[in-house]
Ligand binder design. Structure first.
Ligand code: BGC
Length: 544
C-alpha cells in the first residue's frame, strides 16, 4: 500500500475540542489543552484526529453554524494555537482532518448579514431565496423536532430563505459560481496551514432542484468532483471524507470512479450492529453488507459506533426504528429527531463484554473505524442536557476534581461532568483504565495494534464464513494478499458452537491474534469453534 492510501488502514478518532482538555483554565476545552494530550492518541494507536468545527460561531449548532471560515473560535484559542497543535501532531506522525461545512453558514456570517439587507448586495445570491416559501416541497426536514419547514421568513430580507438544518443556518447557493469558488478558497486556506484533509459536512444537500428531494443531485456530484480535482492537483495525499447519511447505493456515488471522495461514512451499517446484538441475529448486518456495492480501489468506507450526533435511525425501516427506539431509548428524553441521543456504554448497559463485542465487529468490518472521544473508556451520558449536548460532556481523564479536564471552578464548566452512580468520572476515567489489565481502554488499544499489523482489515475482501447456520454467530473472513483473518462474534449471552467450512485452507495453522487460546490446524472436516457469552475471536489462518 502506498503512503497516499494511508487512510485505507487508519484508525480515526473524533474530538470535540470543547470537551477534551482545557489548557487555559477558562472551563472550555481548547487547542492548547488538546496539544497537551497528543501523546494520548499515540498511546492508543490512533492515526488521524478529526476535529469538530473550530471556527467563530454563535454556537446555535455547536459550531456547525460558521460565522467566519478563516479564524478560530476564541473559546478554542488562536490561529497560532492551531498551528502549534498541528505541528505537534505532525511531529508525532498523527494526521489531522477538520470539519468543512459546505452546505450552509450561520445567519451571523457577514455574507448573510449583507445578503439579507439588500437585493443588490453582492452576497444576496450566495443564499437561496423565495417569495413564497413553496419551492422544493419534496425535500425532507432533517431537524424534525425543531423545524417546521426548510424555508424561513426573513423580515429584513423580505423573502424566505432555504435551510436544511436549523433556521439559523441558511443554505449557500451552489448555483452561484462565486459560492463554489469561496469554498475552494476556504479549503486552500486550511490545506496551506497543513491539515491532512476534511470531513465534509452534509454533502448531499448542496443543490436544490424542483421535482426532486434535493439530495445527491448530479450537480452536487459535479461540484464535489471539482473539489477533488483541485485537491489532487494541489494537495495530493490529503483526504476527503463524506458525511452523506444515505443508503449504500446512493453513498456509492460519492466515491465516483475514485475521483470524488476518498472516504465516506457507512451510516446504514451502524444501527444494524446494535440491532444484530439486540436480536442476537447477524441477519441485519449481513443484509446491509450484501446491499453495499464494491467501491473503487483507492477509496474506503468509514465505520463508527457513535459520534457527536444522535445515533441516527434515518437509514432503517419504520419497524426497525421502532425496534431500536423501544430497545435502546425507552425514555422520551433519549430520543431526538429520528435518532437516539445516547452514548455507546449506556446503550449497552455498561456491559464491557457487549462494548468489546461491538468494537470487535466495528474493527472487523470493511472500512476504517472512527472512535468517538470518551467511548474508549465507556463514558456515560446526560440525557437532561439539551440537543445533542448529553454526549458532548467533558472527557474523563482521572478521578480528581473536574476529572482532570480543567482547573476552572467545577460549577463553571461548559457542561457538567458525568457523575451518576454507574458512569461517574470517579470510576470511569483514563487513568484507572490505563493501569487496569483487561480494562476497556486496554482492550481497545490492543485491538487497534493488532488491526494495524494486519492489512487485511483495511484492504481485504470481506465474506461470511461458509457452512455456519448458527445465526447468533457473526463470522467474517477478511483476506488480502495471501493473508486471511477469520473473526467470530457471539451475539448472545449464551455459549455457542459453530461449525465452519475452512477446507480450502486445509493444513493451515490457526493463530489467535488477541489472546493465547490454541486452535487446531484447518482441515477438510467442519471446523468446530466454541464461543462463550459475547465472546469474539480474531483468528489468523496462516497460509502456506
Ligand atoms: C453534523 C451535525 C450538524 C449538521 C448541520 C451534521 O451532519 O454532524 O452535528 O448539526 O451537520 O451542520
Amino acid at each position: 500500500m502506498t503512503d497516499s492510501l494511508w487512510y485505507k488502514n487508519a484508525v480515526f478518532y473524533e474530538v470535540y475540542v470543547r470537551a477534551f482538555r482545557d489548557g487555559s483554565g477558562d472551563a472550555h476545552g481548547d487547542l492548547r489543552g488538546l496539544a497537551e494530550k497528543l501523546d494520548y492518541f499515540c498511546e492508543l494507536g490512533v492515526d488521524c484526529i478529526w476535529l469538530l468545527p473550530l471556527y467563530p460561531s454563535p454556537l446555535c449548532d455547536d459550531g456547525y453554524d460558521i460565522a467566519d471560515y478563516y479564524q478560530i473560535h476564541p473559546d478554542y484559542g488562536t490561529l497560532d494555537d492551531f498551528k502549534h497543535f498541528l505541528n505537534e501532531a505532525h511531529a508525532r506522525g498523527l494526521r489531522v482532518i477538520t470539519d468543512l461545512v459546505l452546505n450552509h453558514t450561520s445567519d451571523q456570517h457577514p455574507w448573510f448579514q449583507s445578503a439579507r439587507r439588500s437585493r443588490h448586495s453582492p452576497y444576496r445570491d450566495y443564499y437561496v431565496w423565495s417569495d413564497t416559501g413553496q419551492e422544493y416541497p419534496d425535500a425532507r426536514i432533517i431537524f424534525l423536532d425543531t423545524e417546521g419547514s426548510n424555508w424561513s421568513w426573513d423580515p429584513v430580507a423580505g423573502q424566505y430563505f432555504w435551510h436544511r438544518f436549523y433556521s439559523s443556518q441558511p443554505d449557500l447557493n451552489y448555483d452561484n459560481p462565486a459560492v463554489r469558488q469561496e469554498m475552494l478558497n476556504v479549503m486552500k486556506y486550511w490545506l496551506d496551514l497543513g491539515v491532512d484533509g476534511f470531513r465534509a459536512d452534509a454533502v448531499p444537500y448542496l443543490f436544490e432542484r424542483e421535482g426532486t428531494n434535493c439530495e445527491n443531485l448530479p450537480e452536487t456530484h459535479d461540484y464535489l468532483k471539482e473539489v477533488r480535482r483541485y485537491l489532487n492537483e494541489h494537495y495530493p495525499g490529503r483526504v476527503l471524507l463524506a458525511e452523506a447519511n444515505q443508503w449504500p447505493q446512493d453513498v456509492r456515488l460519492y466515491f465516483g470512479d475514485g475521483d470524488e471522495f476518498h472516504m465516506a461514512f457507512h451510516f446504514p451499517v451502524m444501527p444494524r450492529i446494535y440491532m444484530a446484538l439486540a436480536k442476537t441475529d447477524r441477519t441485519p448486518l449481513l443484509d446491509i453488507l450484501s446491499q453495499t456495492p464494491e467501491i473503487p480501489a483507492n477509496t474506503q468506507w468509514c465505520t463508527f459506533l457513535r459520534n457527536h450526533d444522535e445515533l441516527t435511525l434515518e437509514m432503517v425501516t419504520p419497524e426497525e426504528r421502532d425496534f431500536m427506539w423501544n430497545t435502546f431509548a425507552p425514555e422520551p428524553r433519549m430520543r431526538l429527531n429520528l435518532g437516539i441521543r445516547r452514548r455507546l456504554a449506556p446503550l449497552l448497559d455498561g456491559d464491557q463484554r457487549k462494548i468489546e463485542l461491538l468494537y470487535s465487529i466495528l474493527f472487523s468490518l470493511p472500512g476504517s473505524p472512527i472512535l468517538y472521544y470518551g467511548d474508549e473508556i465507556g463514558m456515560g451520558e446526560n440525557i437532561w442536557l439539551e440537543d445533542r449536548n448529553g454526549v458532548r460532556t467533558p472527557m474523563q481523564w482521572d478521578d480528581s476534581p473536574n476529572a482532570g479536564f480543567s482547573t476552572a471552578p467545577m460549577e463553571a464548566l461548559y457542561a457538567p461532568l458525568i457523575d451518576d452512580e454507574r458512569f461517574s468520572y470517579r470510576q470511569v476515567n483514563v487513568a484507572v483504565q490505563r493501569r487496569t489489565r483487561g480494562s476497556l481502554w486496554n482492550v481497545i488499544r490492543k485491538m487497534i495494534a493488532v488491526r494495524k499489523e494486519q492489512p487485511a482489515f483495511g484492504c481485504g475482501a470481506c465474506q461470511t464464513a461458509a457452512a455456519d447456520n448458527n445465526l447468533t454467530v457473526l463470522a467474517l473472513i477478511r483476506s488480502w494478499s495471501g493473508e486471511t483473518i477469520l473473526t467470530l462474534h457471539n451475539l448472545s449471552d449464551q455459549p455457542q458452537s459453530v461449525q465452519l467450512d475452512l477446507s480450502c485452507w486445509a493444513g493451515a495453522p490457526v493463530a489467535d491474534l488477541l489472546s493465547d487460546r490454541r486452535f487446531p490446524v484447518c482441515g477438510d472436516e467442519p471446523y468446530p469453534v466454541e464461543l462463550g457469552a459475547y465472546e469474539y475471536l480474531w483468528l489468523l489462518i496462516v497460509n502456506s
